[in-house]
Design a protein around this ligand. Structure first.
Ligand code: PMP
Length: 367
């Protein structure tokens, strides 16, 4: 029950564990092409250009950063935790002049503050983290997409902890890049960086004056490959992660079979039920209000006086695996529970029960 890698569906694991084929085998070309097509449906981005690459979520962040910034470009990073701060460092590496709007722990940055900043300075790029996995704070991407369109800023959504769990309507919301990694709600073992770019993002990349600062991430190498596979032709730049792409094709099929709206609803309901159970035990969440609570993971504070190390030790003797805190400064005051992807009601109940037992083993009584 950690926030990724999650538990994977048996059909996905069968595909990942099948004998590896050539990356130009007809079956594989079909899987790759179909996976690219299905990404547009999962992202709700019919006009987008999907990319599937071997790498983790940080590579997906790198792809957007490397291809869309040139030295001297201004970038606005809206940070709600650890991963927002990572994006600021990444963009600086490509020569961007970065301004960070950082929310207090558990909160989001007010829209008014974002708009004031966009009015004050002309930015090329704005990044925000849909769900920051360090705090379980969820940002509403829709008005940020609208601000990006209003001020002509390319918007990049880090959806590593949200795509295929939280509601995302990339085209409708006008968000230029939505990126993720395979090991979370997309439901495939770690190793794939996934991204969909809008026509506006692709145009901004085409109009660059300087070469992309990362050889591997440069879309010039990868766009022809994605286009070829989608047209069911083989192509090569770097060897694709054949088994993982086969697993992705299976997982995206399962996701679309459930249906995006049903999947969004299921995550909302399970997330709300889990938070309710935590609050019943007297635990407080890092996100300050229900509106900013993620549905893909939760981050409850330990009760007053309880030592995190004792709690994690007690949990370790149960059948449930949870994650500790991550945000520097407060990491020993809270723990994290992932409830995305294939998580069932039974998993939620077992987790609540394990947390309850661990708390009482630590001497905490909650009525
Ligand atoms: N962004 C967010 C919101 C994340 O949760 C993570 C990973 N937990 C990343 C980026 C980086 O992804 P990866 O660890 O796969 O590189």
């Amino acid at each position: 029950m950690i926030p990724g890698p999650i538990e994977f569906e048996p059909e996905v694991m069968m595909a990942v564990g099948a004998p590896t084929t050539s990356h130009v085998a007809p079956d594989f070309i079909e899987s790759f092409g179909h996976a690219l097509e299905m990404m547009r449906e999962v992202w709700l981005a019919p006009s987008g250009q999907p990319f599937i690459m071997a790498g983790s979520g940080t590579l997906a962040m790198d792809l957007a950063g490397a291809n869309l910034t040139e030295p001297g470009d201004r970038a606005l990073v809206i940070s709600t935790g650890y991963f927002g701060d990572r994006y600021a460092g990444l963009l600086r590496r490509y020569g961007a002049e970065v301004t960070v709007l950082r929310a207090p722990v558990g909160e989001t940055v007010a829209l008014r503050a974002v708009e004031d900043e966009l009015k004050r300075t002309r930015y090329k790029l704005m990044t925000f983290t849909h769900v920051d996995t360090s705090t379980a704070v969820r940002v509403d991407p829709e008005p940020l997409g609208a601000l990006g369109e209003k001020y002509g800023v390319i918007t990049v959504l880090d959806g590593v902890c949200s795509v295929a769990g939280e509601i995302i309507r990339q085209d409708e919301w006008g968000i230029d890049v939505v990126l993720t990694a395979s090991q979370k709600a997309v439901g495939v073992p770690p190793g794939l960086a996934l991204l969909v770019a809008s026509p506006r993002a692709m145009e901004a990349w085409q109009k660059r004056k300087s070469p992309v600062g990362s050889y591997y991430s440069d879309w010039s190498h990868w766009l022809p490959v994605m286009k070829a596979y989608e047209e069911r032709r083989p192509a090569y730049f770097g060897t694709p992660a054949v088994n993982l792409v086969s697993g992705l094709e299976v997982s995206l099929r399962l996701i679309l079979k459930e249906g995006m709206e049903a999947r969004f609803r299921r995550h909302r309901e399970r997330g709300a039920a889990f938070r309710e159970a935590m609050r019943d035990m007297g635990l407080r969440m890092i996100p300050v209000s229900e509106e900013v609570c993620a549905n893909t993971l939760s981050a409850p504070y330990y009760p007053e006086g309880l030592k995190g190390a004792d709690f994690m030790k007690a949990i370790a003797s149960s059948d449930v695996i949870l994650a500790g805190g991550l945000l520097p400064g407060i990491k020993d005051t809270y723990f994290r529970v992932g409830h995305m992807g294939s998580v069932t009601e039974g998993d939620i109940l077992a987790t609540v029960s394990a947390i309850r037992s661990a708390l009482s083993a630590c001497g905490y009584s909650y009525r």
